[in-house]
Design a protein around this ligand. Structure first.
Ligand SMILES: [Zn+2]
Length: 66
């Protein structure tokens, strides 16, 4: 099974959204987990599905989904 590097702790996507690690909570997509994300611009923190990390935008300052 191929693993995406975007779920690695400390990964940062092109929108300056950083992965702080997996949460002990199932995600809203099938077979996914939630990950704690932080915006490097405004320090807002939110949860994201593992499959979404690479394309997430900050809900606070980039108009992304909460
Ligand atoms: Zn932000």
């Amino acid at each position: 099974m191929k693993k995406s590097y975007s779920i690695v702790l400390g990964y940062e996507n092109n929108n300056k959204q950083k992965n702080l690690g997996r949460l002990d909570e199932k995600g809203s997509d099938h077979g996914q987990w939630f990950y704690q994300m932080v915006c490097q611009e405004c320090k807002h923190q939110y949860k994201a599905n593992g499959s979404d990390i690479h394309l997430r935008k900050c809900p606070a300052c980039q108009g992304g989904r909460p």
